[in-house]
Ligand binder design. Sequence first.
Ligand code: PGA
Length: 253
Amino acid sequence: MKKYIFGNWKLNKNQAEVSTFFATFNKQQVKSDYLVYGVAPTFLGLQLANYLKQGQTNIVAQDVCEYEHGSFTGQISVRQLNDLNINYVIVGHSEARKYLGCTDQIVNKKVAICLANDITPIICIGESLKEYKAKQTKKVLAKQLKTIFKGISVSEAKKCIIAYEPLWAIGSGKTPSLSEINGLCTYLKQVLKTLYKQTMNTPILYGGSVNNDNAIEIATQLSVDGLLIGGASLDANKFATILQHLNLWLTRK
Ligand code: PGA
């Protein structure tokens, strides 16, 4: 299976900085049969990034409204993402949950509307530090998946991507151990298998304090199908290096 590597730029980069990123990144583009990759600028950066991107780079949106039309000030619809040929969108990121009131029920609606409009949702789930310390991680993740995939058919669920991002690992410089990450990605595959009564090939990514030192060892864990990278994706050289090294590893395997 391919590895999926997405960079989440969050509230970073103005137009000039988007241009600078691609000026460097395009020169180091990785051509790979083993990787699917992309970056997620702010909504206002989508059009420029789409225009500047080259090769295999996908442009990803950071969120989408769960409704297609209507009185939802400040939101962006799937139709508008379709207009720009955006094929991936991050939904349920912990920052959207914390600051924008996103819940698992809302994520469920976002997933449904994305799938109905040929957009792949990159669904973020994860436990808090308190839950981690209380050894509640598996319980929390299983509950999240159950709600998020309610009413989503087998074939649709197979088209989704899941990003396991422990809340305490995001932007903190801390990560779970490699065996914890691998074990939880294995567990998430089992949860999906139980929910759908069949083996699912839904990719499970890891996110949270991935950097140039730990990216390859995390991404090459058996059950880890890729990475969602925040801070380390902002620098074109750093992000390209991760892609190059991972491609090399996958090519040699
Ligand atoms: P980080 O962010 O890599 O900066 O920890 C990851 C994320 O929020 O997706």
